[in-house]
Ligand binder design. Structure first.
Ligand code: IMP
Length: 501
């Protein structure tokens, strides 16, 4: 079978982007390339709305801002937060604290002087206007991302570099709040005083990263672009208004670090398979359980992992105690419970498989959510689950290129069969993917069935030994989309990765 060396021979820039609605496992692949290949790891879009989960030697880490490659800082690898990002300084500093507490270095971290700063009143506005799911808000992550990007486009936002010139910062903050936040009570001196210690802390890392990225490129450094969110959430190509506020396509990711997408030798589009997920409201044609699932997941933490494991797997859990820990943000107590729940799910795999094989699509969706631990890395909300949708994938590949990485097929171990969406029908007519949400909501999907499998995919080392249903599905994905499935991930660990071609 081919190796990673075969795949990337002679290449200088690789991009890991997502072809769905995010949460496909970019973190694992960003880490995979950072460890085995890249000299520079750069992120270009979004902020702490993302949550990149990596598992290294059994240790799970979730970064919201810093690229996953930071764990290789000691090897001289450079990690860049690019010009296209929106940065909450407090969150950035708390990630640095976490690295400190683990004795990890971040000497080669670079933060773009051109990135935007997320401000407290932007977070307030996001929480009030965009976050609430129950009244049909878009269900943003409430991190201030939307307001920060919209203030940037209004040319009133605060750049990282503004933090180091007190007069400019004060004047810009005054204009921003007077013109765009009337009615918000903003104590300017307090905002500035709160920003100061964080700004001082990150100062050694602030650079003109656009110039640095071009220098790295000229010097022949191997560069990994780490995408955030997913194509269908892109402000340019996604299901707006149910989308994020940055362009998280390949183009947006490249321009968010100051490079042209033309320089990318290998764009890899990550695709969860044979299911996918969506967080927040918005159309999702292949959703298991349709509207009922959308509304159930909109209840957020009420239907989180703890609730589902108690309700659907019968685990004896004291939910009111857990809710109290959540309210008190007692992360230590929650982590203990989370570990117990994860063990319980593992030990009760048969019950989970029963859910996945249910005739009721809503229940099937719950089973997949539990099996795939599909709860927000950032928000812990239950993610909506549905079938991998080749119609939407084909559209995403117009933007992100023909190369596919499949992740999480292992979640379906024990499933009698699985389905992929290969057609949309609207009012009795076949249609292609559309960004028109009112149409997308009414689409009926056509599916193709494939045989399930009982094999433990994690022990698979050669693609030729993969279950026949998976191989047939992969052939079909290639035929339908015209793309190439390059890699299949069979588990969370880096070693659980198969290069196909
Ligand atoms: P925002 O990015 O916080 O403004 O949220 C806008 C929409 O994008 C909401 O539906 C979010 O759930 C979704 N979203 C933002 N970041 C992510 C992500 O990392 N994974 C999945 N969905 C996301």
């Amino acid at each position: 079978m081919p190796s990673l060396d075969d795949l990337v021979r002679g290449m200088q820039v690789v991009a890991v982007v997502c072809n769905q609605w995010g949460d496909t496992g970019k973190g694992k692949f960003s880490d995979y390339f950072a460890m085995q290949w890249a000299d520079v790891i750069a992120r270009g879009t979004g902020g702490n709305n993302a949550g990149h989960t990596t598992v290294i030697n059994g240790k799970k880490r979730i970064f919201h801002l810093i690229p996953a490659g930071i764990v290789y800082d000691k090897d001289g690898k450079v990690n860049v937060l690019g010009n296209g990002m929106v940065i909450d300084l407090k969150v950035l500093c708390s990630e640095l604290d976490e690295l400190d507490s683990e004795g990890m270095t971040y000497n080669n971290l670079m933060v773009s002087e051109d990135a935007q700063v997320i401000l407290p009143f932007q977070i307030d506005r996001d929480k009030k206007k965009n976050q609430p799911l129950k009244n049909k808000g878009i269900g943003s992550t409430g991190r201030g991302i939307g307001p920060c990007y919209s203030d940037k486009t209004s040319r009133k936002g605060i750049f990282i570099r503004d933090l180091y010139d007190e007069d400019t910062l004060r004047a810009k903050l005054e204009t921003l709040t007077e013109e765009l936040y009337p009615g918000f009570e903003v104590n300017m001196e307090e905002v500035m005083a709160d920003l100061k210690p964080f700004a001082d802390r990150i100062k050694p890392f602030v650079r003109d990263t656009i110039a640095e990225m071009h220098r790295f490129y000229r010097e022949g450094k191997k560069i990994l672009l780490e995408g955030a969110q997913g194509l269908v959430l892109s402000i340019e190509f996604g299901t707006v208004p149910y989308a994020t506020s940055s362009d998280c396509s390949l183009n947006g990711t490249a321009s968010g670090v100051g490079l042209s997408a033309k320089l990318v030798d290998l764009p890899l589009g990550i695709v969860k398979f044979p299911y996918k997920t969506r967080v927040g409201n918005g159309p999702f044609p292949s959703e298991y359980g349709g509207l009922a699932s959308e509304e159930y997941c909109a209840a957020g933490l009420e239907h989180d992992m703890f609730y589902e494991v108690k309700e659907y797997l019968g685990m004896d859990l004291n939910l009111s105690e857990i809710r109290a820990f959540q309210k008190a943000k007692d992360t230590l107590a929650l982590a203990v419970h989370e570990r117990k729940v994860v063990e319980y799910i593992k030990a009760n795999r048969e019950k989970v498989v029963e859910l996945i094989n249910s005739d009721d699509p809503f229940i099937r969706g719950v089973g997949i959510r539990i099996a795939g631990a599909e709860y927000g890395a950032t928000t812990k909300r239950p993610r909506r689950t549905g079938m991998t949708d080749l119609v939407a994938l084909k559209r995403a590949m117009l933007h992100n290129g023909p190369n596919i990485v499949l992740t999480k097929p292992d979640v379906f171990r024990g499933a009698k069969e699985f389905e992929l969406v290969d057609g949309y029908e609207l009012d009795g007519r076949d249609i292609e993917f559309t960004r028109d949400c009112s149409k997308l909501r009414r689409v009926q999907v056509r599916t193709r069935r494939f045989a399930g499998f009982d094999d433990d995919l994690a022990s698979l080392t050669d693609y030729r030994d993969a279950p026949s249903g998976i191989k047939e599905a992969i052939d079909y994905i290639e035929e339908f989309t015209g793309g190439r499935v390059r890699i299949m991930s069979t588990g969370a660990e880096q070693s659980e990765t198969i290069i196909i071609k």
